[in-house]
Design a protein around this ligand. Structure first.
Ligand code: GLN
Length: 253
């Protein structure tokens, strides 16, 4: 069995080990005898809507987002939206997530147009604003999600997207409404770095399950020995719930 993943902008959008998400998907496939081919697509490379089972885009600073926003609008956007409508499993982290909303207003400079995959918009309050930094724990229909967030932008969801999870500790989308991330069809956006997927094996398998199901394969998502993954998640949750160090550049929680 072979699956194919498009890794978008690996050279420009790769903060806090975001590439680990791709490695994790590959490892959990390999352990089940599934071959996950990873195709790296950078600035200028076209995106073929029918070619992929999974899509991943990581986070990046405002500077890189300017170039990526332009490429998304001019080169890959139409086909990427087509793939999302067709049900491709997509994960977007932080800066990538922000660019899949309607717009991102950076700390300085003009608004960047987003793809509008998610009914959401993001605005950075400006260069003097404090950042949302720290370990986060959230709940998604009984599934715990943990990770590390570091963003200046605050995201607000419209009725066309549902939150990925509810924040137990941390800032999430905007530090106010306790939402974290967004979902639309099989596309998921999150503020969680970390890397996100190695710490959240159930969610990783959720993505793989979607990809396999779309290929009509129902019996390959076999259980794995997740003892270490469970322990990592418990440790990450503990860390997130501990009293916080106060950093002058981070907002208070
Ligand atoms: N530039 C964005 C922000 O600070 C995204 C940062 C990131 O991807 N971690 O809001």
């Amino acid at each position: 069995m072979k699956l194919r993943l498009a890794h978008l902008y690996p050279d420009h959008m790769n903060l806090y080990g975001d590439r680990g998400n791709v490695l994790c998907l590959q490892a959990r496939c390999r352990w089940r005898g599934i071959d996950l081919e990873v195709v790296r697509l950078g600035l200028g490379d076209p995106f073929n809507a029918a070619a992929y089972d999974l899509v991943f885009i990581g986070g990046g600073p405002d500077r890189e987002q300017v170039r990526v926003a332009q490429d998304l609008t001019e080169v890959k956007g139409r086909a990427l939206k087509e793939a999302v409508e067709a049900g491709v499993a997509l994960l977007a982290v932080c800066g990538g997530y922000q660019l899949l909303g309607h717009h991102y207003r950076p700390a300085a400079g003009p608004d960047l147009p987003g793809l509008g995959v998610f009914d959401a918009y993001t605005e950075h309050p400006g260069p003097a604003a404090k950042r949302c930094i720290g370990n986060l724990v959230a709940q998604r229909n009984g599934m715990m999600l943990v990770g590390f967030e570091n963003h200046g932008g605050r995201t607000y969801l419209g009725p066309g997207s549902t939150p990925l999870a509810t924040v137990e500790r941390g800032f999430g989308n905007n530090g106010r409404d306790r939402t974290e991330g967004a979902c639309y069809r099989n596309a998921f956006g999150t503020y969680l770095h970390g890397s996100f997927l190695p710490k959240n094996h159930r969610f990783t398998d959720h993505l793989l399950g979607i990809a396999l199901e779309r290929r009509g394969v129902r019996d390959l998502l076999t259980p794995l020995d997740d003892t270490l993954e469970e322990r990592a998640q418990v440790a990450a949750r503990k860390l997130a719930l501990e009293p916080r160090k106060r950093f002058p550049w981070s907002d208070q929680m």
